[in-house]
Structure formats: C-alpha cells, structure tokens
Design a protein around this ligand. Structure first.
Ligand SMILES: *[C@@H]1O[C@H](CO)[C@@H](O)[C@H](O)[C@H]1NC(C)=O
Length: 381
C-alpha cells in the first residue's frame, strides 16, 4: 500500500497540509497482494540482512538496515522491553519522540499493527503521565513510560517512550510501520522526553555524535548509520551546511534555480531535511509556481500530473544551499504512477518551510551531525 507520509512534528507547520491522501496510482487489491507477498518475503530475509550488515561494518558505525515501501516509507526494526517485543518504526528526522502502539489501543491504526504489551515487559516503568503528538499527517495520544530499547546493536536502557492508546484517522492505519522513532533535536520532543539519539550520546554509546542516512530505490539496501559515515554510499565531496535552528534539522536555503533563473526562494528561505516525509514539500504558492515551470497540471486536491513523454526533456530543479548547487533531475521529482500516467513529486503545504523529504534524500546521502550542528549532503551512488 502506497501511503504518502509527512511525519515532521507540527510546530512551525501548524496550519496543516493542503494535500492529504492515502493512496494513489495503484488499485487496492493489487496493493494488498503486493503487500502480502512483500511481508512473506521479509519474514524469510530480514534477519539474514540485518546480521550481515551488523557484522561487516561494525568498525565504522552501527548499521540499521531500512526497508523501502514504494519509495514513500522507510522503516527499520527495533525491540522494546524484557523479553524484547519487535516493532517496525519510521526513523524520522522531522520529530523527536519514540512511540509504538499500546496493546490497549482500539484504533484501527493500532489494531492493524504490532502493539506493545507493557505487562509483558519486566523492565517497563510507567511515568504516570499522558502525551499527544501531532504530525504533518496523523496524530497519536497515549501514555508515557520508559524501557530498554534495542536499536541495531545498541542496548538503550531507561529510554523514555510513549505508547499510543489512540491513533485517530487513517494515515497511520495504512502505513507499514508500527511507530515512530524521532531523530531531531530535543527542543521539539513533546513533553521534553529525551530522544533516542540523545540517550545514546549521553551514555557514550555512539563513536561520533552524528548519524547518516542512505535512502535507496529498492526494497532492501537503504541504511541508517549511527555514529558513522559510509563512503560507499556517495561520490564526491560532502558539503556541510550549518543548522540554522536546532529543532528540526533546519537549514537556510539561498534560492531555487531552473534553467539558470531564480524561480523561487529569491531572498532565501528555510528548509528541513526530513526522512519522515515522502515527497518534497514547500509553501503552497511557491510549489504551484514550481509545478508551472515543469509543466505540471493540477488534477485534484493539490495532485499534479506531468506528461510522461515530456520527462526526459524537463530541466533540473536546482536547490542552492550554502552557496552549493544541489540539482534534482526530473527522474527524481516525477514518478510514473500508472500506465502512461506520471505525477510531480512536489507537494504544497501551508507552512513557510520547505521540506526536503525522501525525494531529495534519495539523491543526496545525508549526514546529521549533532557534534557540530550541521547537515552534510553528498551525491548518492
Ligand atoms: C498482556 O500481557 C498480560 C500478561 O502476560 C496478559 O495477561 C494480557 O492478556 C495481555 N494483554 C493483551 C491484550 O494481550
């Protein structure tokens, strides 16, 4: 099932999004069939893959393999409690909380997913407080506690987390992941709960205070690396960009250029690098302008189509950041969604922020450096 996801926690994005839809392109039955097959495949192969990577690269950093679902969701497996209960979580650089569904949750979104039974974990401790988190799409409400969390080969003891007792709406019902593991700054952690990566840093478990993300196009092969940078995932130099505000992984963008002309973000704008957002999103008026430039036409609800035959001749869209040009080719910002149907991967939001989501990160291996408060971008292989 293809579900567009916008996981950045809603702070600056409080106006919500102009475009919320759950599926596009493929028919439900076909999607479910694909999903069934995919799950079967994963059951047999996931363990092999994670252990292989954990051993072969242990010297550089700690590797967390990510699954790619239709290029719109990337997630990995973590374990919570004693004995461990397994969950698929979206590793989201657009938010800072960790949560999974509670076994007490009756929402469809919870019932469709794995749920944590706190009574079955001898190490779970309830904080006796409640929490609710709004995302760009979807929301959760639940209770706060702490437990042992296994992320890749880290044993993260006494990690604060939330258990959802309600997940209203349909977005979380149809995603592949059960919960979310936020990787942004503690400043945007709801209820001030210490984020997983902060806990790893505090306990000196990571070699370097950074993590990096490679998002591929295949089901397997995407990777989150804690404490390391893997040069086999990119070519050329790493361009370092200072974080402009330590909440999201927020950076200043100079301009957006097409065919040598600045078309938007003329006097600079703010952007976040967000693994939890599927597409590349931006302020509505500016995105509509961008759609015009690439000849995309409105179909419905902010969905824009492009003529598939035109794609090879479309220009690169160039994001100028910290004086460096980061081109996005038409193969990245468009997508075939059906027989002879193609869509634009730019999405309009009601926020002033640009969101450099998976569409951008697939092109640029991204390094999130907490030690120096900077983002590194390098051309993905
Ligand atoms: C949670 O675990 C407890 C203890 O094993 C068990 O009694 C209970 O039925 C479980 N709850 C659910 C909803 O599965």
């Amino acid at each position: 099932m293809k579900v567009l996801v916008v996981l950045c926690a809603l702070f600056a994005l409080s106006e919500g999004f102009t475009r919320v839809h759950l599926q596009r392109g493929k028919k439900m039955r076909q999607l479910l069939r694909e999903k069934g097959l995919l799950e079967d495949f994963l059951k047999h192969h996931h363990y092999d893959i994670s252990t292989k990577y954990a051993h072969s690269f242990a010297s550089q950093g700690v590797y967390e393999p990510l699954m790619n679902s239709f290029d719109t969701e990337y997630y990995g497996t973590i374990y919570i409690g004693t004995p461990p209960q397994g969950f698929n979580v979206a590793f989201d650089t657009g938010s800072s909380n960790l949560w999974v569904p509670s076994v007490t949750c009756q929402s469809e979104a919870c019932q469709n997913h794995r749920m944590f039974n706190a009574s079955k974990s001898s190490t779970y401790q309830s904080a006796g407080t409640t929490i609710s988190i709004q995302y760009g799409m979807g929301s959760m409400a639940g209770v706060v506690g702490s437990d042992i969390v296994l992320v890749s080969s880290f044993i993260d003891t006494n990690q604060p987390l939330a258990l959802s007792t309600s997940e209203p709406g349909l977005v979380f019902a149809y995603v592949e992941f059960d919960g979310i593991l936020g990787l942004a700054y503690p400043d945007i952690a709801v209820e001030g709960l210490i984020p997983v990566f902060d806990n790893l840093m505090l306990k000196n478990l990571v070699k370097q205070h950074l993590f990096s993300v490679y998002l591929g196009r295949e089901v397997f092969g995407s990777m989150l690396i804690f404490g390391g940078i893997d040069e086999s995932y990119f070519t050329g130099p790493i361009h370092w960009i200072p974080v402009s505000y330590q909440g999201y992984w927020q950076i200043s963008m100079d301009s957006i250029i097409v065919n040598g002309k600045v078309i938007t973000c003329e006097s600079g704008c703010q952007a976040i690098v967000d693994t939890g957002t599927s597409l590349l999103a931006g302020p509505a008026a500016e995105v509509i302008n961008l759609q015009k430039v690439i000849g995309a036409t409105l179909i419905q609800y902010g969905e824009f189509k492009v003529n598939c035959n035109d794609i090879p001749s479309l220009p690169d869209i160039i994001f100028v950041i910290n004086g460096i040009q980061f081109p996005l080719p038409p193969s990245a910002y468009t997508e075939q969604v059906g027989q002879g149907e193609c869509q634009s991967n730019f999405q309009a939001t009601a926020s002033y922020l640009w969101i450099l989501g998976d569409v951008f990160i697939r092109e640029y291996y991204s390094i999130f450096d907490r030690e120096n408060n900077r983002v590194g971008l390098a051309k993905s292989v």
